[in-house]
Design a protein around this ligand. Structure first.
Ligand code: 6PG
Length: 241
């Protein structure tokens, strides 16, 4: 059974500090228990501060045993400013001693995005030996209730077999790759970071009844912890004491 916690903070800075500490704990625990720790990063702007805080723990986290993946990616070159792996390198990975061969960006160079999605699935098969079970997945929330690149009404929401599929956003960059609900719902720990009044309605729907009109509401791991790190503006209520 999954465990869900909602933690409200006064600001993006405070929620990022708390989330960084919890994510660091998850990574330490996994590395100690399993010999390695796997984390899937998200994109957007919200996780930037989280990344910088994790980068400051470069000498305390077991980076030599941490393997980095992405939950979704924009289908642009990895040096494109819109690339999620570009953002993660500039805010985190360039500043920590992660092993280069343990960093697994989603490929975005195949003419057919589905070929790239299938290539990433093969990599995940090699890495996990079956349905991936990430130790940590960092998740964002769009104002429309999307998470990763699972957008409202997307056919990707009905996917029960594929682990990575192409998807299309309604805004640039349109073409995306995204992990699917079977992967997200097999995670050991999901950390959603949500800030800003523009996310209030999306947060309410994400915490409500599961519906394809609000993809984040469908992320309910069978055996994993979900923590929502949110600010007062998104929560519509004062910070927890
Ligand atoms: C992406 C993200 C996406 C993001 C939300 C929130 O590739 O854009 O994975 O799901 O988390 O759109 O983005 P912000 O943090 O910028 O509001």
């Amino acid at each position: 059974m999954s465990e869900r916690r909602v933690r409200v903070y006064r600001s993006l800075e405070e929620l990022s500090i708390a989330a960084a500490a919890a994510i660091a704990d998850d990574l330490h625990s996994a590395a100690a228990e399993l010999g390695r720790a796997t984390i899937a990063l998200s994109g957007g702007d919200t996780p930037r501060l989280l990344h910088r805080l994790l980068a400051r723990q470069h000498d305390t986290l077991p980076w030599e045993r941490i393997h980095v993946y992405w939950g979704d990616e924009r289908y642009v070159p990895h040096d494109d400013p819109e690339s999620n792996s570009h953002m993660a390198r500039n805010t985190l990975l360039n500043y920590v001693p992660v092993v280069a061969t343990h960093v697994h960006p989603m490929p975005t160079d195949a003419p057919n995005p589905d070929d790239a999605a299938r290539a990433y699935e093969l990599l995940l098969e090699d890495e996990f030996g079956g349905l991936p079970r990430f130790d940590v997945m960092v998740m964002g929330l769009g104002a429309d209730g999307h998470t990763a690149s699972l957008f409202p009404g997307s056919p990707a929401l009905k996917e029960t077999e594929r682990w990575v599929v192409p998807s299309r956003a309604s805004y640039e960059p349109i073409q995306r790759l995204t992990m699917t609900l079977p992967v997200f719902n097999n995670s050991r720990a999901l950390h959603f970071l949500v800030a800003g009044a523009d996310k209030r309605a999306a947060l309410a729907c994400a915490l409500g009844e599961p519906t394809r009109s609000c993809p984040a509401s469908l992320v309910r791991p069978t055996e994993g912890a979900v923590t929502w790190w949110v600010d007062e503006a998104a929560a519509g209520r004062p910070a927890d004491s």
